[in-house]
Design a protein around this ligand. Structure first.
Ligand code: PDD
Length: 278
């Protein structure tokens, strides 16, 4: 398979980046994962807008106008134009002598590739999750490639046999290591408000829109750790996760929430999401 690096296509095994690239040295860069349902882009503009937001926040100037065309070319070249797949995009601050401060002149490094992914009828899937303290930084709104905390946290969940590690900060549930979370209580959907403590998930925004269409009130308020056991329904959202019912929640190795099946509102949202993407 091929990857696009800087300004040209390369066989994946032959693309080279400098060891002095700030992405390699500092994790100084951003990424996006953008889905294609049978080759059709889903919320591509929103993903590109989030990338532009991140670039502004980290003061990295990078031209994004040509990206859309390049992304379609990536699908085409990978032979993925008709199947479920995703495109990974990454921009780093590029190669420079190692200094903490941003170098004056930077030539960003841009990497992109398409890969097949199962965006299947997700109804048959359910997840168990665990909860842990959110020890990430205070700028989770930036989709940084520095994912040490996220990879540590998710690995702990996988080791213990769970799909995801969902995090809490000051006793408030924020989000998963690579997904957003919703709680349903008394027919209302609860999601952490936007801000520095969560990524503004594109799927989260889609779900908020679907709730409005379906007449399900959305409350932009964080759920506390103590409130988790009383939730009527819980589900995760994300580009590859889509809308995934949570049927078991563990905290300190103790099951604090259990449900025998996906909740009614969760299923309604899955149906509406399916209609949008197929
Ligand atoms: N995850 N929160 C975090 C920390 C994430 O890494 C992600 C995305 C989300 C969901 O965002 P979106 O709906 O825009 O994918 C929330 C990767 C990209 C994934 O699951 O594919």
């Amino acid at each position: 398979s091929e990857v696009y690096l800087n300004d040209s296509w390369h066989p994946a095994g032959e693309a080279m980046v400098s060891v002095f690239d700030r992405g390699f040295m500092f994790g100084d860069g951003l990424y996006e994962v953008t889905p294609f349902y049978e080759g059709k882009p889903f919320k591509l503009q929103e993903h590109l807008a989030r990338l532009r937001y991140g670039l502004r926040e980290i003061k990295l100037s990078f031209e994004t106008n040509d990206l859309e065309n390049l992304i379609f070319k990536a699908l085409d070249r990978a032979g993925l134009s008709n199947i479920d797949c995703a495109v990974y995009l990454q921009v780093t601050r590029g190669k420079a002598p190692r200094t903490h401060h941003f170098p004056q002149q930077t030539s960003p490094t841009f990497l992109m590739y398409a890969f097949p992914v199962q965006l299947k009828g997700f109804r048959q899937m359910e997840a168990s999750i665990m909860l842990a303290p959110d020890f990430r930084w205070q700028r989770c709104d930036i989709k940084s490639i520095s994912l040490m905390a996220n990879t540590m946290l998710n690995s702990e969940a996988i080791e213990k046999g769970h799909f995801e590690n969902v995090l809490f900060r000051d006793e408030k549930i924020t989000e998963g290591s690579h997904s957003s979370i919703f709680f349903v209580k008394d027919q209302k959907a609860y999601t952490h408000p936007e801000g520095p403590h969560i990524l503004s998930g594109i799927t989260r925004k889609v779900v908020i829109g679907l709730c409005k269409e379906l007449g399900i009130p959305v409350v932009g308020e964080a759920v506390s750790l103590q409130e988790v056991p009383e939730a009527d329904e819980i589900f995760l959202t994300g580009t590859t996760t889509q809308i995934l019912p949570v049927t078991s929640v563990l905290h300190d190795d103790e099951e604090i929430y259990k449900s025998s099946e996906a909740g009614k509102i969760t299923v309604r949202l899955q149906d509406a999401f399916h209609q949008m993407t197929r």
